[in-house]
Design a protein around this ligand. Sequence first.
Ligand code: ACO
Length: 381
Amino acid sequence: MPYAHIRGWGKYVPPNVVTNDDLARKINTTDEWIRTRTGIAERRIAGEGETAVTMGIQAAREALQMADVDPAEVDLVIAATATPDRIFPATACMIQDAIGAQGGAFDLSAGCSGFIYALSVAAKMIEAGQVRRALVVGTEALSHITDWSDRTTCVLFGDGAGAFYLEADEEPGGLLAFELGSDGSGGHLLTGPIVGNSYTPAVAPELSRQYLVMHGRAVYRFATRVMGQAAEKALRRAGLSVEDIDLFIPHQANLRIIESAAKHLKLPMEKVYVNIHRYGNTSAASIPVACCEAVEEGRLNPNDTVVMVGFGAGLTWAAAVAQWPKEVGRRARSKPRAARSWLRNQRARLLSMRHRLGHQVDELLEAGLNLSRSKEEAQEQ
Ligand code: ACO
């Protein structure tokens, strides 16, 4: 049975930084309130033209460049997102086209747990022998569904994307175990925009049709309850214990929630990765972005046992235990590798143009045929 190994990772965050003080100039809040209640100091907000798709493409390209893999060989793209540009076409399909991948592509919606859910689906498909190379992207433009006049939510969220590239390998290791959970009875505690004219009975009618709405305290209680438990269950499944953790990478939603999970697990904060001060809560992007930065900062090292835990809308929660790869990323930014990656991206662009042109030619031919048929019919009458 093949094992699913992490072979590349990448991230993208918009350059536009919005500090707590920037928000305090627009709404009734303070830097002090936001920092002490959440640990957030600033967040990145998507600029003009930046969306879950465009950010996801950047993160995906970085992950593929690190692995030095030809995107044409990628069998599967899963995008975890709560903020797709549209319900369909799927964000994953847009990413697949842009990077030049050729396999299946679909979106997965599990709120802030989405990345770990997607990772588990991809890993299990690799283990089952259905695919050999998979790209898992967590990408969010939460600013697009944020009510910027609601101080109870708008201070919490940010935008960004992260991606893992996975590969089948006969060597044991890689993604070792998962734990997934859900409780739809709490769905109303954290809701997003209503789609079209639909009405979900679980959603209170007074909730916003357009924006993210959250019962912060209830979500807080839920999160502190499930995070530690999910990590413990996943560790048990991997045949490991808390003592084996080299680095714990929790979903970055609130520093107090992270500290409470660490306390539950009796893990010192030195073994817990935190970057919430820089980005706020980027939902499905938060864990892969945190992994990338933990590597950059030398906190996540080859062969480390890493536990990643998410929780969020649904309500959902998810944990993954992984062995960080031994030999990846050292030459990721080397010039020849960057050049190959550039060439592959150009080829993907050209391929996409050729496919799009093909669709247009089909449409033109179809229109021409229809015209000639109707002329013929008119002549016959
Ligand atoms: N600035 C100043 N005051 C504020 C702000 C703000 N930005 N927001 C709320 N307040 C006020 C409230 O109005 C309230 O005032 P009141 O006592 O006069 O009514 C007071 O601060 C306390 O409000 P609480 O909601 O009780 O504050 P709490 O300590 O619970 O912190 C928070 C709120 C940060 C939202 C917290 O509940 C939390 O982090 N919850 C979890 C959120 C989360 O993790 N979501 C993740 C899932 S996201 C996903 O899946 C997309």
